[in-house]
Design a protein around this ligand. Structure first.
Ligand code: NAD
Length: 333
């Protein structure tokens, strides 16, 4: 019998505690939940713990990793898929292993992508408020048929492919761009195109690639200038795929006709908190909020009960595997 692991959670919320405590019932790890984010100044709170469990906006930079190593942490368990917030080289140097949850419910994010597309198009958020006030006028609510439109998907991994399959059901023509192509593309009917072709031909563009040095500000002044006038742009992937200032200019000029975001480059200072009583200091974000054709959700695409259950199960299995010193199938190197 192996000793249970002591795990401290950063940036945790009530729903994390609920799902993790339930998933841990038969495993018996000792879980401690903190709501503060992990960074250089909070890392010492991990003293006495074997592992830290972190989320998308915890800044796991080199300085943080060195404090974690100093206080005896041996494992960083990401309760998410993306790992762009972790300095992998520093972790390797410090002898700290990194594990993640590569797939917990790609359906959750793909379906949220459709929620953004359909809300922006059919303006159901505005219709909901109007009808409640007894206003049944249709002016301003006109949408368009998705059937027959061309949708460009950048990144066709787990989420991108499911999004493609759903959009195929709507009768859309699908263009795809990825650094690798799989047999699934033919099965779904995705045409492989260059980025230039995707930008110039798509009525809707949706981002599903990871944030890497190659994809940082992929959507910028130059790529926007190649897009159709009135294009719908959707980003449920990572905020920094988009240069938000260039996007604001494109919204003002009408180049972008609809913008749906679940992620934002500077979201770490905003998302997952109730800031409704405070003045938001981020002028780029507040400018984005001011457009009638922009819909922003606060990184909630993953947030289904199915996903939370899987995140808790896989994260705790990753921790158990580390404790048992067996191969870490979800290790990030
Ligand atoms: P995945 O690894 O299965 O797929 C990513 C795809 O992007 C791969 O096919 C890869 O080849 C491709 N890719 C990599 N670099 C590329 C490039 N330069 N240009 C084009 N394509 C490139 O990942 P996934 O599970 O489909 O997740 C996609 C992204 O969604 C994640 O990276 C993460 O940032 C984001 N995500 C967001 C949420 C949310 O709640 N909003 C939740 C989960 C994941």
């Amino acid at each position: 019998m192996f000793p249970a692991m002591n795990v401290v959670f950063f940036s945790s919320r009530n729903y994390d505690r609920q799902f993790f405590e339930q998933a841990n019932e038969r495993l018996g790890h000792r879980l401690h939940f903190l709501d503060v984010p992990l960074n250089e100044s909070t890392a010492s709170l991990a003293k006495g713990y074997d592992a830290v469990c972190v989320f998308v906006n915890d800044a796991v930079h080199a300085a943080t990793i060195w404090v974690l190593a100093d206080v005896g942490v041996r494992l960083i368990a990401l309760r998410c898929a993306g790992y762009n917030n972790v300095d992998l080289a520093a972790a390797a140097e410090a002898g700290i292993k990194i594990v993640r949850v590569p797939a917990y419910s790609p359906y959750s994010v793909a379906e949220h992508t459709l929620a953004l597309i359909l809300t922006l198009n059919r303006k159901t958020h505005r219709a909901f408020n109007r009808v409640r006030e007894g206003n049944f006028a249709l002016d301003g609510l006109m949408g368009f048929d998705l059937h027959g439109l061309t949708v460009g998907l950048i990144g066709l991994g787990k989420i991108g492919l499911i999004t493609a399959g759903i959009l195929k059901g709507f009768g859309c023509r699908l263009l795809g761009h990825d650094i690798q192509r799989t047999e699934e593309w033919d099965r779904i009917g995705i045409e492989s195109v260059s980025l230039d072709e995707l930008y110039s031909q798509s009525d809707i563009i949706s981002l599903h690639c990871p944030l890497t040095p190659q994809t940082y500000h992929l959507i910028n002044k130059d790529s926007l200038s190649q897009m159709k006038r009135g294009v719908m742009l959707i980003n449920t992937s990572r905020g920094a795929l988009i240069d938000a200032k260039a996007v604001i200019k494109a919204l003002k000029s009408g180049r972008i006709g609809y913008l749906g975001l679940d992620v934002y480059e500077e979201e770490a200072d905003l998302f997952f908190e109730d800031l409704s009583e405070r003045v938001i200091q981020d002028d780029v974000f507040t400018r984005l909020l001011s457009f009638p054709n922009v819909l922003i959700t606060g990184h909630q695409a993953f947030f289904t009960r199915n996903a939370l259950q899987n995140i808790a199960d896989v994260t705790l299995h990753n921790i158990t595997d580390f404790e048992k010193q067996v191969a870490l199938v979800n290790e990030v190197k």
